[in-house]
Ligand binder design. Structure first.
Ligand SMILES: [Zn+2]
Length: 345
């Protein structure tokens, strides 16, 4: 739960300004910033989750100071002409429960970085740090496909698998703030090696990367089934990615559809495991791989129903595609910063 102690330091913010934030916050605007491995996406978001203005930058290497500088530039640029209440930052990695410190971020050099304090000093506004998958899940619950659901699990399928849970209107983040790492449930003991150090993690089977790897293996085996895949990348097997497969599948290529079906089945199997543990009412499936739509989620639903514990004797969760697209992360980060800063001001 976003339960915050005040982190306002004497002199950092005049009290009057904070009162102003409170007054504006009910309907106020927030800036959400989604820091990815290659790009930083930012936007001004209103209290209904609409993006009023957007800006983008490349991620400036992995120097924490350079990343802070980009954040400051984006807030200055986006803040022109808008009264901004708070700033939410979403990034891959683990944030502490207070949203103040980045414990670890895989793509950036942040290790126990007190980023919020640095940024609040520079931006003179309340700042919240959040995991990118948590931000996307929150946005889908507030404004997207998970609206109205009391027990929501949101899965983000990209290079890996991100997870978030919104339970009874609050983001469930575990005891230490690092819950929801569903991508590292071991689904195939002794299977593909994962960057987390283990073998057989779910994200090695049900992510965009897994889809690309399977397609490259098929093409490298000189299978005639892979001819369309190879044609799409000019014969360079190494250039085949999950996006190549998704595009071909949408165009009707049977091999690409088969590859997506396999990934969808792994997805459904993992969701059945999560249902056994968490019993949500809805799973929302987002992230880049969702461009495949029903070609992915259809087989996932079938595998989910086939593997669900106690099937036939219990209600089953719905599996829905995310509604907000690639901006879910920045929308959620903005909204969480507004909600939580009102609680701690
Ligand atoms: Zn893993």
């Amino acid at each position: 739960m976003w339960r915050h102690r005040t982190t306002r330091r004497p002199g950092a913010e005049p009290a009057g300004r904070f009162r102003e934030h409170l007054r504006l916050g009910r309907k106020g605007l927030a800036i959400g910033i989604d820091i990815g491995g290659t790009k930083v996406a930012a936007g001004v978001v209103d209290a209904e989750g609409r993006i009023l203005k957007e800006a983008r930058r490349s991620t400036p290497g992995n120097d924490p100071r350079a990343v802070e500088q980009v954040i400051v530039e984006l807030v200055e640029e986006l803040g022109q002409g808008h009264r901004i209440w708070s700033v939410g930052i979403g990034a891959a990695g683990w944030m502490d429960l207070d949203g103040a410190t980045v414990l670890f971020s895989p793509h950036l050099a942040w290790r126990n970085e007190p980023l919020r304090e640095n940024l609040q000093r520079l931006l003179r506004r309340p700042v919240l740090l959040t995991n990118d998958a948590d931000a996307a899940g929150w946005a889908e619950w507030r404004f997207g496909a998970g609206r109205g659901e009391d027990r929501l699990v949101c899965i983000t399928l990209g290079t890996g698998i991100g997870g978030a849970m919104v339970m009874d209107g609050r983001l469930e983040r575990g005891r230490f703030g690092v819950a929801g790492e569903f991508g590292h449930q071991i689904i195939q003991p002794g299977g593909h090696r994962c960057e987390c150090g283990n073998r057989g993690c779910w994200e090695q089977y049900a992510s965009g990367n897994a889809l690309g790897r399977e397609a490259r293996e098929l093409a490298a085996a000189n299978s005639p089934m892979a001819q369309e895949l190879l044609k799409a990348v000019g014969g360079r097997v190494g250039d085949i990615t999950g996006v190549t497969v998704t595009e071909l599948a949408k165009a009707g290529d049977p091999t690409a559809r088969e590859l997506l079906e396999d990934v969808g089945e792994w997805l459904g199997l993992g969701l059945a495991n999560l249902a056994a543990a968490l019993d949500p009412g809805t799973f929302v499936i987002g992230g880049g791989l969702c461009d495949a739509g029903e070609l992915l989620v259809g087989p996932a639903r079938t595998a989910f129903a086939r593997n669900l514990t106690g099937r036939g004797f219990r209600p089953a969760a719905r599996i829905e595609l995310a509604a907000l697209g690639p901006n879910a992360g920045l929308i959620g980060a903005a909204d969480l910063s507004r909600v939580s800063s009102r609680m701690r001001s």
